[in-house]
Design a protein around this ligand. Structure first.
Ligand SMILES: [Zn+2]
Length: 156
C-alpha cells in the first residue's frame, strides 16, 4: 500500500511545481522547463494508471477496502492530466510561430527581414537581432533559399 501512496504523493508534488512554472513563462529557459515538467507529469500519469490497474485487479480477485485508494489515485490522475493540458497550452503559446510572407505565403526562416521569394520586408532589424544565434547558424547563404524554391515547385 505504501508503494501506491508514494506515487500519489509524488504526483501531487509535481503538479504543485507545475503551477510554480506557469508564473512567468516568457523565456526560452521557461519553455525548456515546461517541456521537462510535462515529461515528468506523463511519467506520473503512467505510474498512476499502472497502480490503478494493479489495485483494480486485486479488487477483482476479492481484496477488500481498496476503493478509497483507487478513488484517490484516479482523482490525482485527473489532476495531473489537467496539469499536462495546461502546460502543453503554455508550451504551444511560447513556441515561436513560423514566419509567413503576407504576399506569397511561403514559410520563411525565422529572423529574416525580407522574403527570399518576393523580397518584401517581413520583419524588422530588431526582431532579426533578437534571434541572433539561431539565425547565424541557419543562414549559410542564398543557395539554401533557392533549394527551398525548387522543392516548393516540385510539390505543386
Ligand atoms: Zn514573399
Amino acid at each position: 500500500m505504501d508503494f501506491f501512496k508514494g506515487i500519489g504523493d509524488r504526483a501531487k508534488e509535481f503538479s504543485g511545481r507545475a503551477k510554480e512554472a506557469t508564473r512567468r513563462p516568457t523565456e526560452l529557459l521557461e519553455l525548456t522547463k515546461l517541456r521537462y515538467e510535462v515529461t515528468k507529469l506523463y511519467k506520473v500519469m503512467e505510474n498512476n494508471k499502472e497502480a490503478v490497474g494493479e489495485l483494480v485487479y486485486r479488487q477483482f480477485k476479492g481484496e477488500l477496502g481498496l476503493e478509497a485508494e483507487i478513488e484517490r489515485l484516479l482523482q490525482n490522475t485527473k489532476k495531473v492530466e489537467s496539469d499536462i493540458i495546461n502546460i502543453e497550452q503554455q508550451i504551444e503559446a511560447l513556441q515561436p510561430k513560423p514566419l509567413v510572407c503576407p504576399r506569397c505565403e511561403v514559410e520563411l526562416p525565422s529572423g529574416g527581414i525580407y522574403c527570399y521569394k518576393c523580397g518584401i520586408q517581413v520583419g524588422t532589424k530588431e526582431e532579426a537581432e533578437q534571434q541572433d544565434d539561431n539565425t547565424a547558424k541557419k543562414e549559410t547563404g542564398s543557395e539554401s533559399s533557392e533549394e527551398k524554391n525548387d522543392k516548393k515547385d516540385e510539390q505543386k
